[in-house]
Ligand binder design. Structure first.
Ligand code: BES
Ligand code: ZN
Length: 831
């Protein structure tokens, strides 16, 4: 059992190598003749085992890179007691964005500068130092980092000592960490600047970044201060480290990583200029910061015992980030955005290849596979359902009880349910076990039965297969009759539930507030009551789920495409961003399935729907407008130009894009719109603007928009750039995925990916490979679908095996949808 690691690291950034020693304090519990720990792609050249004055000889050092293990054979038995294990090792800074790796940026003079940085979760601390790399083997870490003069180093704890060595290098020592899991260790070395500190209740917060980006740190500092204060208050426990650095890394495989005291981020979700950004981009920063800081307690202070429990860690941080952002920016109506994101989880979880939220994990690949939509989004959504059902305060008190009890320790999922149950007396464990150990979710049918309402449940599966799984379903039901309103909190069991009507003609909103992880199917009468008065009786998020459920019914073959068209045709008065996104999302699929005259028919339908809505807002942003109004305008302009092929909108977009300034939301829309029918000259301009972008968001905006160009030559350029130094490996998989959704050239892009499969495996971070193929579900042409299926019969993505299966099933679903509804759409949109 290790209890502390004293680690000294000396990276040589230019050579791309590092040397290190680790001195582990450990307890031998039973006498042993060998010691086994984790180590991966490290050369271990020295090993000594000592205890006070005794030394046991290490006779052999064996490394097994497949098992990611290091075995030390001992010349004699090491007896129970306290020991020190000293290991000397060296390794290479790899380019694959994991372990201790190499990131680069161009400095003022255009010279390439190296940053040595770490990413360990789930199982790559062993790539940076030999250790017992399992989350329940918590220990204190003491770091010493030796750097060339002029470089900066940051790590989990604050710097406490610095000395210049004889050779001129600088040795920096950091304060001990709390007792924690190895996957949370971190350090970053390079020529870096820091902004701040800002103060959050005595904790200094900084934003660390490459030189020259200090003017992009204000918003992240402000969000961090808000989040840290808000969480300390919510959890009722002080922040567990002495300082907080948020570090922007130029090359980063994930969005961000919750290393205690040294949180690492992609630049795009940390460094931002509010005056040049969209609401979505700002939200991206605020949400990511809140998510990672939520982990400082939930995940870092209290940690899952094993990786099967990672879902709770991630689901909880996702849920908490919503609460914190809602407090930070109530005008963003974040829970509505959450509902929109939840649709993706509802879609995955209606596939036959879905999985239960909590799932067995044995290998590192299994652990990697857990970081998916079901973990983050379904997990977050079932926590929201529980919180709403228990009541926010009772839920919070249960969380405090849980964290207080398990601080510095490890837990199983049921420890949380037990704490909540003790706090509230409600059957939390029974309800939640059904949601986390069973795959899928129910559609709730609501029917009028005289003066009563009858609720029943059946698993919602796109395939239409019969399935008798049931859940205890927490549900809020609102009834509106005249000026009277009633809210009921019910639990629908296997045999359904009943409720009195408030009045015979009441409008009934099942899943009021849209916080349950279900779909709702009303009988015709109940449905017509709410559709007729949608903006009056339904809140925006309830209207969102109405449209989304209607769309899901089309995809599942339970409703006609025409029924969706009719529904949205009646919603032209809508003024909510997310409802519009649901409407336009469905219509966007229709557009993929149509050509020629019928496609023109759809375009004209879109123009008739969108123009009046845009007319109400006006083309020009007004002074002091809410962010969501600006975002809605951007969305409408973009859809009018692309989906509606509206000449006026297209011309307007072109003007805005050429100008390159103006209101960010409109600029973003214009960048998408111009790309959608851009020519070779436009492409060159996009590429220049990508390269010369002033902010990470602008860079991303121009880069990803290139995937939309309709010309083959342009898409070929994108493909070539994706496997060259022109595009960072953190972005290229997603650029390729987006290009796969290109209407004209998706199949070409797919073939490029397939042909270069092995090369791409070597080039990109292992965790980004699944992202590379995330575009296949838009390939609905039967021949191409066949090609993709054939390819994956002989290729796998072991680190995300299930997600791949889900992607393939979604692709087949899209192809089936296309086949089923195209005739109907042709009929509906023929001139
Ligand atoms: N712990 C994760 C980072 C991570 C993801 C590690 C996948 C290993 C594999 C971190 O807390 C996280 O969830 N990051 C998200 C961003 C967040 C805002 C949802 C990410 O990286 O996408
Ligand atoms: Zn997380």
């Amino acid at each position: 059992m290790p209890s502390r690691y004293d680690l000294t690291l000396a990276p040589d950034l230019d050579a791309g190598t590092f040397e290190g020693t680790v001195d582990v304090t450990l307890e031998v519990i039973e006498s042993v003749t060998e010691i086994v720990l984790n180590s991966h792609e490290l050369e271990v050249d020295e090993a000594r085992l000592t205890s006070d004055d005794v030394e046991v000889e290490v006779t052999k050092i064996r490394t097994d890179d497949d098992a990611e293990r290091l075995t030390l054979d001992l010349g004699s038995e090491a007896e129970p007691g306290s020991w020190k294990l000293l290991l000397g090792f060296h390794g290479r800074l790899n380019p694959r964005l994991t372990g201790f790796y190499r990131s680069t940026y161009a400095d003022d003079e255009g010279a390439t500068r190296v940053v040595g940085t770490t990413h360990f979760e789930p199982t790559d601390a062993r790539r940076a130092f030999p250790c017992w790399d399992e989350p329940d083997l918590k220990a204190v870490l003491g770091f010493t980092i030796v750097v060339d003069e002029g470089l900066t180093a940051v790590s989990n704890g604050p710097e406490i000592e610095r000395a210049t060595l004889d050779d001129g290098r600088v040795q920096i020592r950091f304060a001990d960490t709390m007792k924690m899991s190895t996957y949370l260790a971190a350090w970053v070395v390079g020529k870096l600047d820091a902004s701040g500190p800002a103060d959050a209740g005595g904790v200094p917060i900084r934003i660390v970044h490459v030189p020259g980006k200090g003017d992009l740190t204000g918003f992240a500092l402000e969000s961090s201060v808000h989040s840290l204060n808000w969480f300390a208050d919510y959890y009722g426990i002080p922040y567990p480290e002495a300082k907080l650095d948020n570090v922007a890394i130029p090359d980063f495989a994930q969005g961000a990583m919750e290393n205690v005291g040294c949180v690492t981020y992609r630049e795009q979700v940390l460094l931002i200029d509010p005056a040049r950004s969209t609401q979505e981009e700002l939200l991206g920063v605020a949400e990511t910061v809140a998510h990672e800081l939520a982990h400082m307690w939930f995940g870092d202070l209290v940690t899952m015992r094993w990786w099967n429990g990672i879902w709770l860690n991630e689901a909880f941080a996702t849920f908490m980030s919503m609460l914190a952002v809602d407090d930070f920016r109530p005008d963003w109506e974040i829970w509505n955005e959450f509902a929109r994101g939840r649709t993706n989880a509802l879609e995955v979880d209606s596939l036959t290849t879905t999985r239960p939220i909590e799932y067995e994990v044995r290998s590192p690949d299994d652990a990697s596979g857990m970081f998916d939509t079901l973990t983050y989004v379904k997990g977050g959504a079932v926590l929201r359902m529980l919180e709403q059902w228990l009541g926010a305060e009772r839920f919070r008190d249960g969380i405090r009880r849980y964290l207080g009890k398990h601080a510095y320790g490890n837990t199983e999922t049921h420890d949380l349910w037990d704490a909540l149950e003790e706090e509230t007396g409600d059957p939390v464990r029974r309800v939640m076990d059904a949601w986390i150990f069973q795959r899928g979710y129910p559609a709730i049918s609501v029917e009028l039965d005289g003066d009563r309402l009858r609720f029943s449940q059946r698993r919602f599966l796109l395939s239409g297969d019969e399935d008798d799984t049931t859940w205890p379903v927490p549900l809020m039901v609102r009834q509106v009759a005249g000026d009277r309103e009633r809210l009921d909190r019910i639990l629908i069991e296997a045999d359904g539930a009943e409720l009195d009507m408030l009045a015979p003609d009441a409008a009934v909103v099942a899943n009021a507030g849209a916080s349950s992880f279900v779909r709702v199917v009303y009988d015709d009468e109940l449905r017509s009551r709410i559709v007729a008065r949608a903006t009056e009786v339904l809140s925006p998020v309830e209207r969102y789920t109405l449209v989304d459920d209607a769309w899901a019914a089309v995809v599942a073959g339970r409703a006609s495409a025409a029924s969706f068209v009719d529904l949205v045709a009646g919603l032209g008065e809508e003024d909510d961003l997310r409802v519009w996104q649901a409407i336009l999302g469905g219509l966007g699929w229709f557009d993929r399935f149509l050509e020629g005259e019928e496609r023109e028919g759809l375009r004209s339908f879109v123009r008739d729907l969108v123009r009046p809505a845009l007319g109400r807002l006006g083309w020009e942003p007004a002074e002091g407008e809410p962010d969501l109004t600006r975002a809605l305008r951007g969305q409408l302009v973009q859809s009018l130009a692309i989906l509606g092929a509206d000449p006026e909108a297209q011309a307007h977009a072109r003007e805005l894009e050429l100008d390159g300034g103006g209101e960010p939301q409109l600029l973003q829309a214009a960048v998408e719109a111009v790309a959608a029918d851009g020519n070779a000259e436009d492409f060159e301009r996009y590429w220049q603007r990508y390269k010369g972008a002033a902010t990470p968001q602008e860079e991303e905006r121009y880069l990803f928009a290139t995937a939309r160009f309709p010309g083959e030559a342009e898409i070929r350029r994108v493909l070539d750039a994706s496997v060259s130094d022109e595009v960072r490996t953190q972005d290229a998989p997603y650029l390729l995925a987006r290009s796969t959704t290109n209407r004209q050239h998706g199949p070409t892009v797919w073939r490029f990916i397939a042909e270069r499969w092995d090369e791409l495996q070597d080039r990109f971070a292992s965790s980004n490979i699944i992202g590379l193929v995330s575009g296949i579900r838009y390939l609905s042409d039967p021949d191409v679908v066949g090609e993709v299926e054939a390819f994956f019969e002989t290729h796998d993505i072991p680190q995300n095996h299930l997600m791949l299966q889900q992607g393939l099933e979604r692709m087949r679903q899209a192809a089936a949808l296309r086949q089923r509804i195209t005739p109907e759409l042709v009929e509906r949109f023929r001139a």
